[in-house]
Design a protein around this ligand. Sequence first.
Ligand SMILES: [Zn+2]
Ligand SMILES: [Zn+2]
Length: 203
Amino acid sequence: MDTNSIDQPKITETINFHGHWCPGLAIGIRAAEWALKEMGKSPDEEIVAVVETDMCGVDAIQSLVGCTFGKGNMIHKDYGKNAFTFYRRRDGKAMRLVLRSDIYGNTGPVLEKLHHKMQTEGLNQEEEKLWKETRSNLSKRIMESELTEVFEFKTPENLVPKKARILASLTCASCSEPVMETRTRRLNDQIFCIPCFEKVESR
Ligand SMILES: [Zn+2]
Ligand SMILES: [Zn+2]
């Protein structure tokens, strides 16, 4: 592990938070490492993370950087990319970290093949062992590489997202549950929550 890394107790805490050790979490830890070094930790909403995946790595960012869904300073864009953008409100500093595909090295094709077999016929004992070893090697590689070998650093196209606001609630005309105004749908002058709107609309 290189000298700038997050210390071992913090990594252990993050693994416990996530539930297991995996390459995805390692990716998140490295992104968090960059954010902590370049942006600082976020006890309030000072640092905002926009994550383009909802996979393992996001847990490391929540645990280590303090960007969480609950506080509203972690925003999920469902783009299916291993990309993490960090913004600092005070000076508008911003950077988008995109996982480099070559970080997989020769583990990429091996994992792809095994994953396919796992989904179809299942793995035998030997393949199971290879799967675990390859993933463990990949995690190690992600942890031990220079940050510039793990990520491409790009200037984000968008400005820092607006602060989390407390929004007015409206009442759904169908289920009568209160629902955040920005999530309501209108149909024939009535206000619906999204699930009710989808039911009404499909009738
Ligand atoms: Zn995981
Ligand atoms: Zn409803």
